[in-house]
Design a protein around this ligand. Structure first.
Ligand code: KG4
Ligand code: ZN
Length: 352
């Protein structure tokens, strides 16, 4: 074993995840998702997600212990996502983790989900890919968040450079997919349709990109590194409406490709700008939207052109999971950070 053995528990949305690490070595990574139960509703239903966590918590924990060939008695510490996320879903993980902490007498760390996404970068395989970066940044894009972060210290100083002021990128994918009848979850469906469409067919807006939003490097506008996807969604809705009004078939593939181009363009442009202006020489990508083919391609091109390194971890470590929570927990233990007071609660709106 290479360090403290930490169990990480993640229940902030629809994934029940349990990961186990020893220092920076990943020993187990188990996830159960309730996504199939949400598909019919076209979105994650918080109560269904919470109930699924209650059912899955112990089976996933036991599967992780089996995978690591460990007993609870071998564990040095427990880490759990305290927020942000769905309140009921988070509470299941927090309550379960507290029960484990009391039963085993081990310290418990309530941690921030966004910082945990970055924790993945410290696992051996991923860390090797970070090279000799001197200033790490992270871009998190999922159904719940769109954030650009500067990591001064993983355990004590993570700075928020920019974020969405309305919908998360994945949420925009899901809403646009509904508008063009692409199904749910929208990201993979649009990604596939876009391959058959023309990304230049429609010029959809790149939110918060006007000079008044951007300002200059000397006097940056307040939204220089922020995103907005609600205007883009409205523009897609208007385009679709025009075809309906004229009783014409909706060019869904062209709309999908043009929408995807707008999202990837504005995300990557602002990410590279924020990185360049903050001395960030390496970016770690996280979140379910990291699966998007155009985002990956454009981010690779644009970071390369700017001389910035890019690490895209394996997709099952980009989407929500317990390994990332365990990875951050192990760093907290290694840095001598005090465990949480057992009185802490779930914090659905927690920020970085
Ligand atoms: O990280 P994740 O699994 O869950 C959270 O939202 O926390 O991310 C799910 C999101 C969904 O909005 C889904 O539509 C999006 O990631 N997504 C994608 C793709 N695959 C998943 N978005 C764009 N392109 C994809 N290929
Ligand atoms: Zn997440």
């Amino acid at each position: 074993m290479t360090g403290p053995i930490v169990v990480g528990i993640e229940t902030s949305c629809d994934e029940t995840g349990v990961g186990i690490v020893s220092g920076t070595k990943l020993l187990a990574h188990q996830v159960a998702s309730s996504m199939d139960d949400h598909v019919a509703f076209g979105g994650v239903i918080p109560e269904i997600a919470a109930r699924a966590h209650v059912t899955e918590f112990l089976p996933v924990l036991n599967a992780a212990l089996d995978e690591a060939q460990l007993d609870l008695a071998d564990i040095d510490a427990i880490a759990v996502t305290a927020g942000p996320g769905l309140a009921g879903a988070l509470m299941v993980g927090v309550a379960g983790a507290k029960a484990l902490a009391v039963a085993t007498g081990k310290p418990l760390y309530g941690i921030n989900h966004l910082i945990a996404h970055i924790g993945v970068g410290y696992l051996d395989d991923v860390a090797a890919d970070l090279g000799n970066s001197s200033q790490l940044g992270a871009l998190l894009v999922s159904g719940g968040h769109t954030e650009m972060l500067k990591i001064n210290s993983l355990t004590s100083d993570v700075e928020l450079l920019g974020s969405t002021i309305d919908d998360a990128a994945g949420e925009a994918y899901d809403k646009v997919a509904r508008l063009i009848g692409a199904g749910y979850p929208g990201g993979p469906a649009i990604d596939k349709m876009a391959k058959e469409g023309d990304p230049q067919a429609f010029r959809f807006p790149r939110g918060l990109s006007a000079p008044k939003n951007m300002g200059t490097p000397e006097t940056p506008g307040k939204d220089r590194y922020n995103w907005s996807f609600s205007g883009l969604k409205t523009a897609v809705s208007r385009a679709v409406e025009q075809y309906h009004l004229r009783d014409l078939p909706v060019p869904a593939n062209d709309i999908a490709a043009s929408f995807q181009e707008a999202v990837a363009d504005v995300i990557t442009k602002k990410t590279v700008l924020a990185a360049s202006e903050h001395g960030i020489d390496h970016i770690l990508l996280g979140g379910g939207v990291a699966a998007n083919s155009r985002l990956r391609q454009l981010l690779t091109e644009r970071t390369h052109a700017a001389g910035i390194g890019l690490t895209i971890p394996p997709l099952n470590l980009c989407t929500d999971n317990g390994a990332m929570v365990a990875a951050l927990g192990a760093q907290l233990v290694a840095d001598g950070v005090s465990p949480s007071d057992l009185q802490f609660s779930a914090d659905p709106t927690q920020h970085v």
